[in-house]
Design a protein around this ligand. Structure first.
Ligand SMILES: [Zn+2]
Length: 84
């Protein structure tokens, strides 16, 4: 029952998971609905409505890079996610 430790990146086409890439940093998407919507939009997830704020979501470090430290607090609009 250690499934709670399993994390995967919610960015489309990103295959990062704690199993495949255990050394990768996964950044928890804050529970705030506003922030989640913003992050999901950046990640180009269109299925925002189906994603509850109660569920755990993570972005892997690939999508933060230099913006990582700021992104933990908020996603600056000038910090595009390199998708694909
Ligand atoms: Zn990722």
């Amino acid at each position: 029952m250690n499934s709670s430790y399993y994390k995967y990146c919610i960015v489309p086409q990103c295959k990062s998971t704690t199993r495949k890439t255990p050394n990768k940093l996964f950044i928890y998407v804050p529970n705030s609905e506003q922030i989640r919507k913003k992050w999901l939009k950046l990640a180009r997830r269109d299925d925002v409505h189906s994603l509850s704020t109660n569920s755990r979501m993570y972005f892997c470090a690939d999508h933060f890079d230099v913006c990582k430290r700021i992104a933990i607090l908020t996603v600056p609009p000038a910090c595009p996610l390199p998708v694909g």
